[in-house]
Ligand binder design. Structure first.
Ligand SMILES: [Zn+2]
Length: 422
């Protein structure tokens, strides 16, 4: 089974400098490619075409797909540029493909300040060593744990080195030769209701109920968020102190805009840079806290090896449009939960069922099957009008999900499909 792995590196300070330069070269190459794509795309659209592919078949591509120049040729013969730019167009090509085939936005450029520094390492020459690994043009790098052993002729796939604001990591995929167990035919079905109040309320058909709390409502997360806000205010204040006067420029929309002129160049403001560094570290801590929490939750769900796990098909982007919910949903990272459930279920031999988007898991009574017309988010207790059942709203939804039976597709319209259950 193909598995991803991320290992912390223990680089020397010279290596760290090399990493930083390589990440810079990779970013440059990425942006250069995106710029070229933008130019050719604009030209093509202007000429009346509507390009849906990066390399249109059966046509002369040279006119609107210029050759990618290696930055080594442009930037001089810097040794470090070669580390990361010998395969510069793979990531941006993926981004362009997303734009053409998946209706994503046109890929944006990577920013020196905001983007995560990362670069590719040649996979063919990457070797596992005692206490670390050897990479092309990087040399021997110490790691905090050994790389997994590979069989003869195998490689670590798509290795990248990246920086998370505190440490450097090597990440890659490899085959661990573990064959995932077959899914059980009979057994427990677990319904998982993801929510804003609690992260997840789970119900198993064997009668076990579990609740995973929402980490963002704990004291630890709240304290960190408060610390982050305080530091961000501080940075804003320090930046404001450095403004000499404003300059009027033409903004992106063509209207006049104000641009501050700094008293001192920003990179010389050591106290501001110190604050910015602290902001990044706090943000990193918060991310780690949330990340760890959902990993624990998805592991807990799959480790008991039920026959099946049922989750809702959450319309996350639709929910993000609700401004009262957007922030808390973004922090809970529902999409990431689903991604983790998908691969962990595969690993443990659990079937993952995603309930139909129109399946009324919250509106249905888990006792008699009556479907209520309306249920507001404020109603925390489900009260059945027919059998008089009073039950926690999220638990009710979890029970319904655990007993979910996929309807035959094409028989009825979604609205009609789930009427009264018998
Ligand atoms: Zn009822």
């Amino acid at each position: 089974m193909l598995t991803g792995k991320r290992i912390r590196l223990l680089p020397t300070s010279e290596q760290e400098t090399l990493f930083r330069k390589s990440a810079g070269a990779a970013r440059w190459a990425y942006n250069h490619y995106i710029d070229m794509q933008k130019e050719t795309y604009t030209r093509y659209v202007a000429s009346g075409g509507k390009r849906r592919e990066i390399h249109p078949r059966g046509r002369d591509t040279s006119t609107y797909h210029p050759r990618f120049e290696n930055p080594r040729a442009i930037n001089g013969s810097a040794k470090w540029a070669a580390t990361s730019s010998n395969r510069p167009s793979r990531t941006p090509t993926g981004a362009m493909r997303g734009f053409f085939t998946k209706n994503r936005f046109f890929p944006s450029s990577k920013s020196r300040k905001r983007s995560k520094p990362s670069f590719y390492v040649n996979y063919e020459s990457l070797r596992r060593m005692n206490g670390g690994f050897r990479g092309e043009r990087i040399g021997f790098v110490r790691t905090s744990e050994p790389l997994p052993k590979l069989r003869d002729g195998e490689h670590y796939l798509n290795p990248h080195i990246s920086f998370d604001g505190k440490y450097w990591y090597l990440s890659f995929a490899y085959d661990n030769h573990i064959i995932p167990p077959r899914t059980q035919k009979n057994g427990v079905s677990v319904g998982v209701d993801l929510g804003v109040k609690e992260l997840a309320v789970c119900h198993g058909t064997d009668g076990t109920d579990t609740t995973m709390r929402n980490i963002n409502k704990t004291r630890k997360a709240r304290n960190l968020e408060r610390r982050l806000r305080r530091q961000q205010r501080k940075a804003a204040r320090q930046r404001a102190h450095n403004i000499d006067h404003y300059q009027t420029i033409t903004g992106k929309d063509g209207k006049p805009a104000r641009k501050p002129v700094w008293t001192r160049p920003l990179e010389e403001c050591r106290n501001l840079n110190k604050t910015n560094r602290r902001i990044r570290l706090t943000q990193r801590k918060l991310d780690g806290l949330r990340d760890n929490h959902i990993h624990q939750m998805t592991a807990m769900l799959t480790k008991t090896k039920p026959a099946r796990i049922v989750i809702e098909d959450l319309n996350v982007s639709g929910m993000m449009k609700n401004r009262h919910l957007a922030d808390s949903i973004a922090k809970e990272r529902f999409f990431e939960i689903r991604r983790q459930l998908e691969y962990k279920c595969r690993r443990e031999g659990v079937r993952l069922t995603v309930a139909d988007r129109f399946y009324p898991s919250s509106k249905t009574c888990s006792n008699c099957g009556n479907v209520r017309g309306k249920l507001t988010l404020r109603e925390r207790t489900y009260k059945c009008e027919q059998c008089g059942l009073r039950i926690d709203r999220d638990l009710n939804a979890a029970i319904n999900l655990a007993e979910y039976v996929p309807a035959a597709i094409g028989e009825l319209k979604p609205a009609e499909r789930y009427g009264k259950r018998k």
